[in-house]
Design a protein around this ligand. Sequence first.
Ligand code: SF4
Length: 411
Amino acid sequence: MSTSAQRRMGRTIYIPHMSDHAYVVRAALRASGFDAEVLPESDQETLLWGKKYSSGKECFPFITTTGDIVKKTKSPDFVPERAAFFMPTAHGPCRFGQYCQLHRIILDKVGLPQVMVLSPDSQDSYSSIEGLNLDFQIRGWLGIVATDILEKLARETRPYEHIPGQTDRVYQECLRLISQNLEGRKASILKTMRVVRHKFSEIPLDRRVRKPIIGVVGEIYIRSNRFTNNNLVRKIEALGGEAWVAPICEWIFYTNYQYLARSRDLGQRFEALKARLKNQIQVWMEHMLARPFHHMLLNAEEPSTKKVLEYSAPYMHPSFGGEAILSVGKAIDYIKRGASGIINTMPFTCMPGLVVTAISKKFREDFHNIPWLNIAYDGQEENTAMTRLEAFMHQAREYQRWAKEHAKSHI
Ligand code: SF4
């Protein structure tokens, strides 16, 4: 192990809570011998610190991750010499690549130059993290896929549960089981996923009437983080819908795809081979974990990145990298699987999000005027947002009725 990796071994790695995937990343880090903790979920104090250390021009996820980091540095148990913050980075047509550098500047500014920022890079699809071995990558990937499946199970189950709160209780128990498995790996993850399947299959449901499915796409942090999106999934469910949210593994498959394309363009044959192999193994693992849930989930497996880019090609050239192209392709995937409405979530002033908003009018026209809602979040709860969501859900119910009638007329 290199010297810097040995140095990290003496530090606690703090992982921001973008979503519950943070717990499986923690488990994979711990299994590799690192001390790791998940930062508490964002709250109003997060916003106070985040706004204090940003200029107001940054993206909203930057404000909340900064707030969570600074909040942690103020806690009595924080030891700067023994701390590192986990903040992956990326390249492309947006500002995410600057987050980790700005966090470094802010930590220096608050007098904590000894605190580390640990930043795996999407350039090589997060494969060359110093001090983190192949075992970390395998456990981390299995954990991310398993958590994606768990979230899908919860979102396809909760709207139909007989006993309020039961799905959430089972979800929490299963998240713990998955994390424990990854941290210790006494049993195969497949065995744990079979336990997860059994626990969910025991929840009594009333699925006589399927509720309108709402596909949630958009910027990864906002769509995945319940604090910043003002609990969008729960609001959709409270208004009589079933929410499907684009999973985290979508982005990782996309970084593999880009890594392969870039290696080919540069004539780096060995890198291209590595990228292809890595993607094939990850796809195989995803299929392996998703297969036992095919009969329980409408939305079990993910389309390939190639398919998603094919879907979005009529609206955007494939060279237009980043999240916009994925949002458009994923929206089409959801419509093909039966969604009755699409919500495009984005931070206020998000560049890829605004591109998708601009395309949404044409998109709706091409898909029988499917209800489509663009929501920009900036940390404030607006009354008008709720009214717009209510109107959207009404349109989604109408669309669902129309789509059913339309399908019948073709029998
Ligand atoms: S996707 Fe949007 S919000 Fe996220 S970093 Fe890029 S510009 Fe900012």
